[in-house]
Design a protein around this ligand. Structure first.
Ligand code: PLP
Length: 404
């Protein structure tokens, strides 16, 4: 039977303590116990249903975690204060000093910086590879490797990871495959394709209103228990806990994710096709010209499309900046990092979200100066948006009149 992530979210039934249609928000950092013995058992992790302290868990955080676990098809999940607050504890939980990670080289700049600059201080080394080449990935695995890390659709180049192929490699070499699915919630369900752990920055499409940062780790009960362990759990001890008020608001937004993703995908597909026909170098996984179009198609939950992210290359940083400023002036979106908002967001990743990646490495991975990353919004009239964007490009000689 087909995996239906949005149904899984809808099928969860929570009530507030007075029968409210939303669960009550737990507004406490600490919890009372009727007996000292139960408090002791809770510390030991043996008192199901009891709460101890909200850095460990809280009812509101558990509700959101369970909804996200249902979406990703994992046993459970734990929510965190940011996407980085989900990614970093997972990597540190699974990897010890002297061990090794194989990671895609085209990942979010913050994750890249963590693996490149931070984890070596703890004796954890990472080899960055072209994740689209399974033979290159396998060649990088050593007896010390513990984790294969990738993004299902990469930031910012929109490379697509062959999750089934990577899962086979992970199994063969006894590694954990950790997939950041921030760019493709609902569209791709990595665990159904064989991944072990899924992480998200909830800051993006899942929350969808650019009013908070947040993150989640979806995985087995064993992993989540380990992360929350009071003695050596990286989530518990590093302390990147989401606040209960926030998890309640993210849960409410999650319920419209399926509608939003369809609209983001519809709008991005429309613009990508138009821009490509106009002669612009356009990257979007839904375009037949995308090198991994067929791969994405073979992995996707079709209904949600190819996502809201696309890039165009306008040739130079100056042109990219001029275009972004003009589009913002005409209210076509915001010159801002991040993604998954109702409004289109655009930025030049080479000088912003991927600036942690050294220039020579940016060049090697094909991240050029003139690249603009778009997170396409929920525009009701995408045809009008296209005409207005095209007018900006004509005005700046990015498109020439005879090309269109
Ligand atoms: N993963 C991806 C793919 C991202 O784009 C980002 C942020 O831009 C993150 C993780 C980090 O998430 P956060 O900013 O919520 O910590």
């Amino acid at each position: 039977m087909k995996f239906k992530p949005a149904n899984n979210i809808q099928d969860l039934q929570y009530f507030g303590e007075f029968g409210g249609v939303n669960p009550s928000i737990s507004d406490s950092s600490t919890y009372t116990f009727l007996s000292a013995k139960t408090m002791f058992d809770t510390f030991e992790g043996n008192a199901d249903g009891c709460y101890l302290y909200s850095r460990h868990s809280s009812p509101s955080n558990l509700y959101l975690g369970e909804a996200l676990a249902a979406m990703e098809g994992t046993e459970t999940a734990t929510v965190t204060a940011s996407g980085m607050g989900a990614i970093t504890p997972v990597l540190l939980q699974l990897c010890d000093t002297g061990e090794h990670i194989v990671s895609s080289r085209t990942i979010y700049g913050g994750t890249y910086a963590f693996l490149k600059n931070f984890t070596p201080r703890l004796g954890i080394e990472t080899t960055f590879v072209d994740i689209t080449k399974l033979d290159v990935v396998e060649a990088a695995i050593t007896p010390k490797t513990k984790i294969l890390y990738c993004e299902s659709v990469s930031n910012p180049l929109l490379e697509v990871a062959d999750i089934r192929g990577l899962a086979e490699l992970a199994k063969k070499h006894n590694l954990k495959l950790v997939v950041d699915n921030t760019f493709s919630p609902l569209s791709i369900s990595p665990v159904k394709l064989g991944a072990d752990i899924v992480v998200h920055s909830l800051t993006k499409f899942i929350n969808g209103s650019s009013d908070t940062v947040g993150g989640v780790v979806c995985g087995s009960q064993e992993l989540i228990d380990d992360l929350r362990n009071v003695n050596d759990g990286a989530a518990m001890l590093l302390g990147s806990t989401m606040d209960s008020l926030r998890s309640a608001s993210v849960l409410k937004n999650l319920r419209t994710l399926h509608i939003r993703m369809q609209q983001h995908s519809h709008n991005a597909a429309y613009l990508a096709e138009k821009f490509e026909n106009d002669g612009l170098k356009t990257v979007y996984p839904g375009l037949k010209s995308h090198p991994s179009h067929e791969l994405f198609k073979s992995m996707m939950n079709e209904k949600y499309g190819y996502g809201g992210m696309m890039t165009i290359d306008v040739g130079s940083l100056d042109k990219a900046n001029a275009l972004m400023e003009l589009m913002q002036e005409r209210n076509l979106g915001y010159l801002a990092v991040s993604l998954g908002f109702y409004k289109t967001l655009f930025s030049a990743p080479g000088s912003s979200t991927s600036s942690e990646i050294p220039e020579d490495e940016q060049e090697a991975m094909g991240l050029s100066d003139g690249l603009i990353r778009f997170s396409i919004g929920l525009d009701a009239d995408i045809e009008r948006t296209y005409e207005m964007m095209k007018a900006c490009m004509l005005e700046l000689n990015i498109l020439e009149a005879q090309m269109v």
